[in-house]
Design a protein around this ligand. Sequence first.
Ligand code: GLC
Length: 399
Amino acid sequence: MTVLYLNPGAGMGGAETSLTDLLAGLRAAHPDWQLHLLSGEEGPLMEEARQLGVATHVLPLPAKLAAAGDSGLRQKKGYGELLGKLFHGAASTHSYGRMLARAAAALRPDVIHSNGLKMHILAALYLRKRGRVLWHIHDYVSWRPVARRLLRLLAGRVEGALANSDSVAEDLRAVCPSLPWVQRVYNAVDSASLLAQAPLDLDQAAQAPPPAPGTLRIGLVATYARWKGHGVYLEALARLPQAPAWRAYIVGGAIYRTAGSQYSAEELQAEIRRLGLEGRVFLTGFLSGRGAIMRALDIVVHASTKPEPFGMVVVEAMACGRAVVVSRAGGAAEIFEEGETGLGHPPGDAPELARQIETLLTDESLRRRLAERGQSYAAQHFARPRLAAELSKLYQRVP
Ligand code: GLC
């Protein structure tokens, strides 16, 4: 079996973290399979893939295509702007598509597994004759005006699609009725390697003085995308009592090129000052080592203000034996058990989020219980061998 994976960029967002776990799982389950990853740029994702024994290929995306992003769509002029870019860039998109087809022809893949809107479109347009094209959908397509129309138009040209949660699968089916099939495939994490990472020194990373011994650590681990809920998180923190002693962190950074859809560090600092949280809440910037980050925290907060398609951070926190508070909507609501493996709050509800964090701060035995159960829940539902088995079945299915 030869599989060609396509990913537009090589920075590490949730979809890329998910892809590396998927590659690692398949590598272990099928050492004889040929796995190739082609991306529009060089970067950390490619480095990770190489370490896993995956052959990597960079085919630089033409500048116009690289700059046309979904994130721009959330801004006012985004829609027209993206369409303009796609059409003005049509010639370069076409020649890129043909180069992609040539690269695929040389590799002779059985399956072409695409990640990210641009690759979904290119695969459907140019790679149909080069292998069985499967889309891997990680987000709500219906939220994106341009993506929605393009995928709907092209859906009949691919073999089928994977979705990272039931909620995303349902959305995709509604948007793309001509998709032959949609299969929910939950992401996986590797608990053993997450647990093998030594906890990071978050205070050092944030250039903060060490807190008093016994201080509990709370963290929001996310990119600076606005919908990840930094504002709600900070408001919730401002409502917490001072005791038991706690310190909170925002771990992550800005990864998108478009301003407006994401916070800047300055904006977050200003919000911290406005809420009187100086000296108690710190920004660490982007850090790598998901296990090392989770294990440095006592309470992990997921605060997305919109339904989260899946939420890698929720599963990573559980796998690392950390109590997690989850914004209970979308795919994220499917992947934990309320009161058993985590505590939920309605998206955007700062008072309720504060209440759940406070419960965890004050109730050590609950924290322990959630952590223990979360760990076995993650091992049971989100382990790599399960993911590898589900994918193998899809790849080997007779079209
Ligand atoms: C996307 C989704 C996120 C999910 C990740 C991996 O980044 O927004 O919810 O965890 O993909 O599937």
